[in-house]
Design a protein around this ligand. Sequence first.
Ligand code: ZN
Length: 258
Amino acid sequence: MSQPIGGNTLRNGCLAICTSCNASTALRTCLPAAMSSFKPALVIVDVQEDFCPPNGSLAVQGGRDIVPLLNELLDRPFAIKVATKDFHPQDHVSFASNHDAPNNKPFESMITIANPLNPSETQETRLWPDHCIQGTKGAELLPELDVTKVHEIVEKGQDTRVEMYSAFADPFKRPCVSRSGLAKLLHDAEITDVFVAGLAADYCVRYTALDAAKEGFKTRVIGEATRAVDPSSMDAVLKEYDEAGVTVVEKDDGSLSW
Ligand SMILES: [Zn+2]
């Protein structure tokens, strides 16, 4: 029996029709568990030399320490296991070295990028040291990560004109400039649930998880399998997750028991 709740309709306990927002999104995110099969994917974000001590140009504190847990996760029966790589050309827009003084301080300076396909859409973004340049040691996945258990490696950030924290796409919407193919890969495999881990918790993991939720996947971030550039920013990130329906789970809290 249906009962109206605000602008929505509850049917058998499931939000089946949303009259106040995008219907396809509502339907996808509201499918009851009993009606959809559970097919989980693991997405390991940017576990690369440049994001890790001891030599990374943009090393995240403790970044290397998550690898044993990532390898444990890779032993689990995820339907698809993906590792992503930040993979920039030398002239990438996010590198402070490609901008003029004085607003070119890595970690500090913010710049405005216009959508190359629509200059009226702009984005404020931070500048970084050169990192994960294609063909360099810094762009390589950590050798201790067991990539033999990874099904797909997805590269991102190749378009020199746009920043791309998310492993799905750049942040521009009108239109999007660069897609990695990750969304298609997961949809084609009929993935229902996406588990995200890797680096860094407050940048590429964050935007990958938020985009996974936007794509309609039930999304969880495995908290202890991430590390942040700025741990003090995580309260704000958790609020975003809450609003987007992304859950932070831990390895032993039962979320990975199936
Ligand atoms: Zn990058």
